[in-house]
Design a protein around this ligand. Sequence first.
Ligand SMILES: Nc1ncnc2c1ncn2[C@@H]1O[C@H](COP(=O)(O)OP(=O)(O)OP(=O)(O)O)[C@@H](O)[C@H]1O
Ligand SMILES: [Mg+2]
Ligand SMILES: [Mg+2]
Length: 583
Amino acid sequence: MPVALDCAGAESQLSHTPLPVPAFFREAECSFSVKRARQPLSYTVPPRPRHKSTLTVSRIFSDRRVPPWTRLQPRSVSFHGLQRQEPLLRSRLYDASKRELFFRQCFQQLSRLGRGSFGEVYKVRCKEDGQLYAVKRSVEPFRGEGDRQRKLAEVRKHERVGHHPNCVSFIQAWEERGQLYIQTELCPGSLLQYCEQYGPLPEWQVQAFLWDLLQGLHHLHSRNLLHMDVKPANIFLSSSNVCKLGDFGLMLELDSGDLSDAQEGDPRYMAPELLRGEYTKAADVFSLGLTILEIACNMELPNGGEGWQQLRQGYMPPEFTADLSSELRTLLAMLEPNHQLRPSVEALLASSLMQKTARWRRLMLLAQSGIQQGISICKTLLRFVQWLWNTLCSPAHWLLFWHRNVPVTPPHSPFPLPLEESSLSSGWGEEEGEEEEESLAEDVFELTDTSEHPNCIYPVDLPSSDGQPGSPIMNVCQCAGSTSTPRHLSPHQTGSRKNRSLVLQDSPNLSYIGPKSPSSSPTSSNSQPANSLRRTLVFEDDGREDEWEAAVHECSNQSTTFEPKNLLSLFEDSLASEEKCQS
Ligand SMILES: Nc1ncnc2c1ncn2[C@@H]1O[C@H](COP(=O)(O)OP(=O)(O)OP(=O)(O)O)[C@@H](O)[C@H]1O
Ligand SMILES: [Mg+2]
Ligand SMILES: [Mg+2]
């Protein structure tokens, strides 16, 4: 029969077609993957806040009223007390008559730490107290009052958090020319960066971090606050490796009763019930559970799809979790799909594993702080001894120097020089020098540090008696805004403070015109007054002595720790004494 034949033909055709294999839930493990080396962890920028009420812009009937946020003076932003205060920001370093921003007048910008959806974060040094801080500055000026209020809300939330060792501390906030600045404690890095460097983390460290974070969450939850964006990028590490919750931009205040502005954080860490609009403390517990799974198992968390669904249905891929201890796996009940059955922060802290961790973690932190204090005491003592040595030895050195009437130059001197390298830094000691070195490499701001002038030339050492070219004569560093920039700075000269200091003779742009070459004997330059040493340098290509003079003058005026004139006069005196000796 034709029909039967047709059917048979169709059947034979179909038999060659591969049948689709049903993808069973448990077999879809390929949705999970191990983190790829050097690929940033699950860092994604959360969605931008919804813009509900941007001001209407009419070109015909423009609103001529000046919005309050464009007021020139910086205003403190604080929500403490019943009424929002808006006093003028004060600092003894701030001069309102200058056009320069408060941020620039009172802080030295060292580097950019990161950028989020709200703003850019800078590592800064407060010029008033000399301490390092992080300052988050909103990228765009306020678009209107609604936008401004939304941004200012982060300040209110941060203020509500208060101080806790496991939360990033808020210092102050202010607005100026339509931009918001939030100054917080500086943390050396985030958990995201730490895992990129050291991941996968050993279990003892995961347990320690979990305990820290539970402490931080307990503090928030006890104040009816939901973080809503717990993830490695928003967890910061202190210098003693204590985890701190940060970035409170999406935080929800449960007692405010208004959850209309609630936003979900990063979808990778999002609790399933948030899709249904159920905002509870359990959502933070779920995000923390995923964070722990990620850092303990080196697992790339899915952004969506099958793997995303599985993790929210109580399935944990055994090939990732097999190596975890049974105690930690029990704590991963944080990933319970039903938020009502999910353990609370208090229950987790009461677990035997966390109780055990609490004991040794407290001891470890105590020991760490003891060691740190010991080190800082040793450093202070060392500095004191160094200072004592310099004070006691320097006069002896100079007495010897005068007695022998021999022009001993600093590089050949058997005594330590009173002028140390640190005196060229901004004056915050050795560690700070190192910090700046690291930060300047990725600087994004115009540097406003007056003690450091790129492109300015400082005499730092006297030429050696033999006038060998190896003797350091000048220290050249880069200067913002100066026209005297050496044009062909090699990358290693621009890279760091130490590398930016280079011997003048090696500079392609500078040469001697007075004592023609560095190898000429010092006696030949005796007739030249020491002050004219300044004039012995010109830029080879265009000989802009005036600009150079001006730059040197400006730098020597602004530098507080370094006095080139003293050294030059010393040099002059030594030459004179040598001349006398020879005659
Ligand atoms: N206190 C701090 N110490 C050190 N680095 C910080 C600090 N605060 C922020 N950062 C860095 O800046 C980045 C962005 O900061 P933050 O997450 O607070 O900004 P955001 O604009 O709110 O970002 P998001 O898009 O996550 O909301 C962080 O990922 C981190 O690298
Ligand atoms: Mg963030
Ligand atoms: Mg944020």
